[in-house]
Design a binder for this molecule. Structure first.
Ligand code: ATP
Length: 265
């Protein structure tokens, strides 16, 4: 892949983790997302912002083929992970989702113990040969999700018994237990209070040392706090994509300017 020339800098093809070219999404006859071209970089937090219904979550779900599970939804164009077409018939979506994990808006732990929530992925993907190895993965994922201290004495208690913020960190631990390369987060803090939100934001910043993180958020303050790159979507199109500081202080497109100054949205 050739290097990519942006207005603000040249990005080496090695830095690109996920690339989309002319991505389209249809829900039946509704052409919800049009001609999206974007390069998501490795070890970077990328925020997707834009008014309600502009297609942020739809595009996020393209990146690990979660749209496959929606009846009537069709994706066209090309999306690659490390240069490999993720929509190729040979790609197993379950394996893909182990590499491109996802955390949803509402914490959704399985009705299982805290331990089993985290051990689930490594077990189904055969990532451990012994109980001791699974124990290690569970501890390490809970530590990285900043939940170990609160959970270590109650690993066999139900995950659903945790507070909302703890449940969301459990879902992050579950997603990172399979050692993904990319973590997709769809408004991960919208159901949380300010303290839990701050904990998740701190965690996102730490996770970027290991993963590419893509976060959909309605909060421009959150996008400005946690991300290095921001993509602004409007009416099913990617209008502008660049360094977060530039998007918020010096947007190039008038639609981005209107949105960040509160005139549309
Ligand atoms: N499961 C679905 N079935 C049918 N249409 C859908 C589905 N999900 C989204 N859409 C449509 O696709 C378009 C984009 O929606 P999407 O949820 O991706 O936007 P969004 O920017 O994430 O919105 P919000 O910020 O409100 O979550 C909308 O027209 C929406 O009605």
């Amino acid at each position: 892949m050739d290097d990519i020339r942006y207005a603000d800098r040249i990005v080496s093809a090695d830095e690109v983790k996920i690339a989309a070219r002319k991505a389209q999404v249809y829900y039946g006859t509704n052409h919800a997302l049009r001609d999206v071209d974007v390069d998501i970089l490795g070890k970077t937090v990328t925020a997707f912002i834009g008014p309600s219904g502009c297609g942020k979550s739809t595009f996020l779900r393209c990146l690990n083929r979660m749209n496959d599970t929606i009846p009537g939804c069709r994706v066209e164009g090309k999306i690659t992970l490390d240069g490999q077409d993720i929509y190729d018939a040979r790609v197993d979506p379950v394996q893909l989702r182990a590499k491109v994990g996802m955390v949803f808006q509402k914490p959704n732990p399985f009705p299982k113990s805290i331990y089993d929530n985290v051990a689930y992925g490594p077990r189904i993907h055969g990532l451990a040969r012994s109980k001791a190895e699974i124990d290690e993965i569970v501890e390490s994922a809970l530590r990285r999700a900043a939940l170990w201290n609160e959970a270590k004495d109650r690993l066999s208690s139900p995950g659903t018994g945790l507070s909302g913020g703890q449940q969301q960190r459990l879902c992050i631990a579950r997603a990172i237990a399979t050692s993904p390369e990319v973590l997709l987060m769809d408004e991960p803090c919208s159901a949380l209070d300010p303290i839990a939100t701050a904990q998740i934001e701190e965690l996102i910043d730490e996770l970027r040392a290991q993963f590419s993180v893509v976060i959909v958020t309605h909060s421009m303050q959150q996008a400005a706090r946690v991300s290095q790159r921001t993509a602004f979507f409007h009416l099913g199109r990617l209008v502008e994509y660049g360094e977060t500081g530039q998007i918020f202080t010096n947007p190039r497109d008038p639609r981005t300017e209107s949105y960040i100054s509160g005139r549309i949205g």
